[in-house]
Design a binder for this molecule. Structure first.
Ligand code: URA
Length: 242
């Protein structure tokens, strides 16, 4: 039978420590040993059953996969460290020992649901537009939108990086000169909802991600997280239809 061989960078990344690019830089930086020997080649073959890999002296073993659902507040950013010292989502999960990363991004001024995990394959499936995982946002605009504006969002808007896919839009209400609506998109482009609204000559005053596939905010409190149940995980993966 063939030996279960994998390249060193892949072993570290699959174990949930970080991306392959990060793993390659750690290996190049002399932080990784195989059977006690310093290896600086990311493409070094590793026999998963026989070889012992360490990163900074700690064993790299397949880690438990973990999936968190966080209600990110406005003002918090999704990167690990911020040179400007702004609060990050990591400050909201201080008791989580596993290394996790956000699945996709939410702007600093956007609140709502954010999944954090150490499962790179799952994250790829959730964020790759090919799998069309629907994400729903509650939007408050700076001016009142017409039904024609909302239809435009439904049909798709021309953005600098191409037209957007058709979206589901539910007009919730108008209040004074503001409009509240819900939009469900199946892509996750940078600042997509804000840019779609800006294309109509209007601004987003408030943006909340209220659902990712079948997951709803429900009773989750702002700034809090919970672990996804196996049933939710299954449903979520099923919503990534492709
Ligand atoms: N669309 C945006 O404009 N911002 C987000 O954070 C998410 C979707």
């Amino acid at each position: 039978m063939n030996k279960p061989l994998k390249t060193l960078d892949r072993v570290i990344s699959k174990a949930g420590f970080g991306s392959r690019t990060e793993a390659r830089s750690w290996i190049g930086g002399g932080r990784v040993r195989v059977n006690g020997k310093l290896i600086r080649t990311p493409d070094h073959w590793v026999d998963l059953e026989a070889d012992r890999v360490t990163l900074d002296g700690k064993p790299v073993a397949a880690r438990r996969k973990i999936y968190l659902l966080l209600y990110k507040p406005k003002g918090c950013i999704t990167t690990y460290k911020d040179p400007e010292g702004r609060p990050t989502v990591y400050g909201l999960i201080p008791d989580v020992e596993e290394w996790v990363f956000p699945v996709g991004r939410l702007d600093q001024d956007t609140s709502g649901l954010l999944i954090l995990t150490n499962d790179t394959q799952f994250a790829e499936r959730m964020t790759n537009p090919q799998y069309k995982v629907p994400k729903t946002y509650l939007v408050k605009t700076s001016t009142r939108l017409t039904e024609e504006d909302l239809d435009q969002l439904r049909r798709g808007v021309a953005l600098s990086d191409g037209p957007t896919r058709p979206a589901e839009v539910v007009h919730l209400r108008d209040s004074g000169d503001k409009t509240f609506f819900e939009i469900t998109i199946t892509e996750g482009r940078n600042r997509q909802v804000r840019r779609m609204v800006e294309a109509l000559g209007c601004k987003v005053l408030k943006l909340v991600r209220t659902a990712i596939g079948p997951l709803q905010i429900a009773k989750l409190q702002i700034g809090k997280y919970r672990v996804l149940t196996p049933a939710e995980l299954l449903e979520l993966t099923r919503s990534a239809t492709g």
